[in-house]
Ligand binder design. Structure first.
Ligand SMILES: [Zn+2]
Length: 72
């Protein structure tokens, strides 16, 4: 399973989680503070400079992550 990087909105820490690709958008609990206010961080080159919050909002859009652009 792929490794995804998440950021916690509550304590601002980041952490990595191994999970199924299709489960990447279900927020894992933060290992530091236990908050589930965590967002998937996109590390693809095309998303450099995009804030974690806006990237997550983009990926939560109906129709799929990034409009399908980052599914591959
Ligand atoms: Zn946290």
């Amino acid at each position: 399973m792929p490794l995804f990087e998440y950021a916690c909105r509550h304590c601002a820490s980041s952490f990595e989680e191994i999970r199924k690709f299709e489960e990447r958008l279900s927020a894992p609990a933060c290992p530091t503070c236990g908050s589930r206010e965590t967002v998937l961080r996109l590390s693809a080159p095309g998303y450099v400079g995009v804030g974690a919050a806006s990237a997550a909002a983009f990926c939560d859009a109906p129709g799929g992550c990034c409009g399908g652009a980052c599914r591959n």
